[in-house]
Design a protein around this ligand. Structure first.
Ligand code: PLP
Length: 827
């Protein structure tokens, strides 16, 4: 693990493994050689970890997720392995920086946004806590699209992230599983006259696992993320070959491999797309088969009654919820269990996390599609539902309306399977992701379920890993924190509280501010490269980065920018604070309104950034291709974090947590985890505005945005500029639908309702920022209060209340035992 060993391996891999000339430097090969050297140091720990889990027979948990938004691995892995310092030194000898070398690594973008990034933070925390948790996902050939901006509009480019190879995965063909689609259900009786079901005439696809190492923070634990790639079966092709149909056989191979070809780029779910359902079943079936086999292997065949004591599956949203019926199928059809026993085991092994209340995001599949693709699963779901509705009718006799509401099947044209209902019925735990979200789940979406099973729904407020989101992405601030309160916060984020005592220390404040300036310089450099706009460092860096969605209200942010611009044009600039507004995020390719929002931001930016009157006071950019690696530069350099969703719509948010952790102050509504952030940091260190969730609901009855606009000079003026096409040289290009939305009495996002309080609160932000000492104090107190939002806390709660795993001890004779025993995080 020392510098000289690392230096030797770097050269060895460069010359021997990659076959490069050591006199000729190539950044991409240097990256590969470095990654191989780091991977070497992971391998023994990885094998040892798996051996330890296997021999201890500990209970395991599995995190089933269609998305893992991992980002880059090199510096984060080296941080967790305790190698980052040595790596930096070795590179310095060659005149290189780690940052520069890592910049050639493609982000592993196997996710859309918050949900996928949460899964990645959770894996980091599980490994750091030494918990036997395996992630299961899909190895998409193409991850989240690359966003380019052309003439102000989003253009999607395919993300072929594997084209230069992927050092951070190991193919494991020996654990290939077979996934069966289509066919029909055949009933037969065995030698004892017992009836069984089996699928015949199926079209099978193979699932080949690729394992990605997930190192814990300096604890000699390396967990596994197993990603499935789809492949054609051999015999299927042979059949076609023998029939002389060569092109057809190649086509069928493609059909099979399509399953893991591309991530659906919609973060509010894709309904009705057959390929998406195929992907979901593919993930659920491969992962359950794999876990079952591992369990049988480790427990000598397996006494099925013990299965839930040894296994727990956490479903990340309804995407993997085919697992409910698939586990039943495996237990009954493949392992011969009776229905009642199988149901007991299933419902004691599965847990479900809900991520959204938005109706458009609730997954539903047409029954006909299910019947065609997964006929046996549909049968099982029908039986589950039949038995479930008996329970409902026993509890509420004669209440047919309630049965209709609760049913897993939704009448209609076409009839559909409600995956959220399947997930709730099949799970022993159903959780929301922030306190408000869980409350709203109990009162709204899952009200009936909550009455039927009062203890099933629980809350687990989201979190983020402080290793990636502070220690790794903000080294200067981490060093300052270490110098002041010690390094223990990396594995015990509550220790950040100790910074509170330093909030009024003037010299500490100066160092804090200097570091923020340093980070702002880096962010400004990124903006200059990507957008060609200069951000002056003394300005307030005002940041909103997240998926573009109407409920997240990038439009409200834009109204404020236009208001500031209007003030500048009117000469009303007294006391105006220079402000640089950065907005970034991807729009789903089919989401027209979101794409119009991007175009409008760019149109306004064009005018504002070119206007000499605004030069020293206001800048606006849309940063293209927002992703994990850009957030690693953005959150350390942000002053202000925009968390301005319509109250009641954002389940939790995690971007809010990353920004807070890095000392950004939040301007936000009472929504998602903002509420808990406000609670922790105190209202004097948080800029709160807007309607509450309850008040938003009440607007359904009377809401008159036009009145609000006309009675407010600032607002009227902002709308006039936008509607008159001030930002559009061509009147035909004015996005009237968007602007009419703001004026609509049925605007679900009630943008107009919050305009005045938002603008006033932004005014208070500017006033606070002028007093740099006061602002710095707020910044320090935000970091100090961020401990609760560490994913280590979240995972500790999942474990204590849902999974109930015990980290298996290191065997005394383990060569790795020393590192774990002292858990020496002090260096
Ligand atoms: C954290 C993160 C998100 C989630 O952001 P929210 O503000 O919570 O919506 C989305 N995308 C990326 C790349 C992230 O890092």
């Amino acid at each position: 693990m020392d510098e000289d060993g690392l230096a030797r391996d770097l050269c060895r891999h460069y010359v021997q493994t990659l076959g490069r000339d050591e006199l000729h430097f190539s950044r991409s090969h240097c990256y590969q050689a470095l990654a191989l050297a780091v991977r070497d140091r992971l391998m023994e720990r990885w094998r040892e970890t798996e051996r330890r889990y296997r021999t201890s027979g500990s209970k395991r948990a599995y995190y089933l997720s269609m998305e893992f938004l991992l980002g880059r691995a090199l510096s984060n892995c080296s941080l967790n392995l305790g190698l980052k310092g040595a790596l930096t030194t070795v590179l310095m000898r060659h005149g290189q920086t780690l940052e520069d070398i890592e910049s050639v690594e493609h982000d592993a973008g196997l996710g859309n946004g918050g949900l996928g990034r949460l899964a990645a933070c959770f894996l980091d925390s599980c490994a750091t806590l030494g918990l036997p948790v395996t992630g299961y996902g899909i190895r998409y050939e193409y991850g989240m699209f690359r966003q380019e901006i052309e003439s102000g509009e989003q253009v999607e480019e395919p993300d072929h992230w594997l084209q230069d190879g992927n050092i951070w995965e190991i193919e494991r063909p020996e654990y290939t599983r077979r996934i069966r689609f289509g066919g029909r259900v055949d009933t037969f009786s065995d030698a004892h006259g017992r009836l069984h079901k089996r699928l015949v005439d199926t079209r099978d696809v193979l699932a080949i696992p690729y394992d990605v190492p997930i190192p814990g923070y300096r604890n000699d634990t390396v967990n596994t993320l197993r990603l499935w790639k789809a492949a054609a079966t051999n015999e299927f092709q042979l059949g076609e070959f023998n029939a002389g149909r060569y092109p057809e056989s190649v086509a069928s191979k493609n059909e099979a491999e399509h399953i893991s070809m591309v991530l659906y780029p919609n973060d509010a779910s894709e309904n009705g797309k057959e390929l998406r359902l195929r992907q979901q079943y593919f993930l659920a079936s491969a992962s359950l088969q794999d876990a079952l086999e591992r369990w049988r292997h480790e427990h000598g065949g397996g006494d099925f009654a013990r299965f839930p004591d040894d296994n727990c599956f956490q479903m990340n949203d309804t995407h993997p919820s085919c697992a409910v019926a698939e586990l039943m199928r495996l237990l009954i059809d493949e392992h011969g269990l009776e229905w009642d026993d199988a149901w007991k085991l299933t419902t004691r092994s599965l847990a479900y996390t809900n991520h959204t209340l938005l109706p458009e995001a609730l997954e539903r599949w047409p029954v006909t599609m299910f019947a065609r693709l997964l006929p046996r699963l549909l049968e099982i779901i029908e039986t589950i539902n039949g038995r479930f509705l008996e329970q409902v009718s026993a509890r509420w006799p004669g209440d047919l309306e309630r049965q209709r509401r609760l049913s897993i099947f939704e009448d209609g044209d076409p009839p559909q399977v409600r995956m959220a209902h399947l997930a709730v019925v099949g799970s022993f735990s159903v959780n929301g992701v922030a306190a408000l979200h869980t409350t709203l789940l109990r009162q709204g979406l899952f009200k009936d379920f909550s009455e039927l099973w009062p203890t099933r729904i629980n809350n687990k407020t989201n979190g983020v890993t402080v290793r990636r989101w502070l220690a790794n992405c903000n080294a200067p601030l981490s060093r300052l924190i270490d110098d002041s309160i010690g390094p223990g916060w990396r594995t015990d984020a509550d220790k950040l509280r100790d910074l509170k005592g330093l909030a009024d220390d003037a010299s500490f404040g100066r160092r804090w501010r200097d570091i923020k300036q340093q980070n702002k310089r880096k962010l400004a450099a990124l903006v200059a490269t990507e957008c060609g706009v200069e951000f002056p460092l003394h300005a307030l860096f005002d940041v909103q980065v997240k998926r573009i969605h109407e409920y997240k209200r990038q439009l409200l942010n834009l109204l404020h920018v236009v208001h500031l611009y209007d003030r500048i044009k009117r000469g009303d600039t007294d006391g105006m604070v220079p402000r640089c507004v950065l907005i970034g995020g991807k729009a789903a390719p089919g989401y027209v309104a979101a794409k119009q929002i991007i175009a409008l931001i760019n149109a306004v930016a064009d005018v504002v950034n070119r206007d000499a009157d605004a030069a020293g006071l206001l800048k606006l950019v849309f940063l293209p291709n927002y992703r994990v690696s850009s957030m690693e530069t953005i959150c350390p350099g942000a002053d202000l974090s925009e968390q301005i969703s319509t109250a009641g719509k954002e389940a939790s948010g995690t971007g809010n947590m990353k920004l807070m952790l890095n000392g950004a102050v939040t301007i936000g509504t009472l929504d998602g985890a903002n509420i808990e952030i406000l609670e922790e940091v105190g209202e004097e260190n948080f800029f709160l505005f807007g309607l509450t969730a309850e008040q938003v609901l009440a607007t359904q009855n009377d809401y008159e945005p036009n009145g609000l606009i006309e009675s407010d000079n600032d607002f009227r003026q902002v709308m006039r500029l936008l509607e008159a096409g001030h930002f559009h040289p061509d009147q035909n290009l004015v996005p009237n639908a968007l602007l009419q939305g703001i004026r609509s009495p049925t605007d679900p996002w009630v943008t107009a309702a919050d305009f005045r309080s938002y603008v006033d609160t932004q005014h208070a932000v500017a006033k606070a920022f002028v007093d740099q000492e006061r602002w710095t104090r707020m910044s320090i107190l935000n970091t100090a209060a961020a401990g609760r939002f560490a994913s280590d806390r979240t995972i500790a709660e999942y474990n204590a209340q849902i999974w109930r795993l015990t980290p298996p001890a290191f065997p005394v004779d383990s060569t790795l035992a020393t590192g774990a025993a002292n858990a020496d995080i002090m260096k």
